[in-house]
Design a protein around this ligand. Structure first.
Ligand code: UDP
Length: 251
């Protein structure tokens, strides 16, 4: 396996599957199974899940409610998703721990970095809930920050598109995919990989990001086995080469 310790970022929205809201059981079990496969091969797996399938802070502002209150609601939404993933993993006999950025001691451990690392060393899948526990951040920021803290080798950002394109492939059919791109080129070309706070954290700490399609079964395992899936963002970007022109694919 190419990486020893990974931080897998899953979007809350992807958990909806084909539904309009909430958690799709099939998608949840698919994610759990994929995680089990790579964990059983000795990869240390930490996971951050978003909450967009339940609530986002900006929605509160749209209702005329307080933004900060909304952000805390969003963080609680990520705890719900994290608990669902924890249960799904336990159902298939994967040992897990849920560590939360907000103290909710009845259901999760508080986030303590050394503890997280210890769990990983013992082969447990560690799920980080409640983002970083502060408003005005996103779960992408949580993924970057936690990955740096636990010294993960890479952030794997699972999305429904199979990489980073020259333009949004869902809107522009002529968009082409990058195999590899540098942090600087992403900024210069104004490409949307993650929010800038999260992205800058990775850039400044030289933590590579791979954006890949998590909804195609087996992709996580293939990626970790070294198949050139998705787009790798790192400091060199190897000439920011565009892959042989590929049409956008989506699961
Ligand atoms: N959130 C926050 N601080 C954090 C992480 C999350 O305030 O450290 C809130 C924020 O309101 C965000 C919501 O939780 O909109 C859900 O997370 P996110 O939008 O990142 O989820 P995703 O888009 O990945 O489903």
């Amino acid at each position: 396996m190419t990486y020893k310790r990974i931080l897998l970022k899953l979007s809350g929205e992807a958990l909806m599957g084909t539904q309009q809201y909430g958690i799709d059981a099939e998608r949840l079990m698919q994610y759990a199974t994929e995680i089990k496969t790579v964990a059983s091969k000795g990869v240390e797996v930490a996971v951050v899940i978003g909450g967009g399938n339940i609530f986002r802070g900006v929605q509160a502002a749209a209702f005329g409610l307080d933004r900060v209150q909304g952000d805390y609601m969003g963080m609680l939404a990520t705890v719900i998703n994290s608990m669902a993933l924890q249960s799904a993993l336990e159902k298939i006999d994967v040992s897990t721990r849920l560590l939360s950025g907000l103290t909710i001691q009845q259901v999760c451990e508080p986030y303590i970095r050394r503890r997280a690392v210890r769990h990983l060393e013992k082969g447990r899948v560690v799920i980080f809930g409640a983002g970083i526990g502060s408003p005005y951040f996103t779960t992408d920021s949580a993924a970057s920050l936690r990955a740096i803290e636990i010294e993960a080798d890479v952030v794997l950002k699972g999305t429904r598109v199979d990489g980073i394109y020259t333009a949004d492939p869902e809107k522009d059919p002529s968009a082409t995919k990058f195999e590899e791109i540098s942090f600087d080129a992403v900024i210069e070309k104004n490409l949307n990989v993650m929010d800038m706070t999260a992205f800058t954290l990775c850039k400044e700490n030289n933590l590579p990001i791979i954006v890949f399609d998590m909804n195609t079964e087996g992709n996580l395992e293939r990626l970790l086995a070294g198949e050139p899936l998705g787009t790798l963002v790192n400091s060199s970007g190897k000439s920011d080469r565009a892959a042989t022109v590929q049409p956008a694919t989506r699961a």
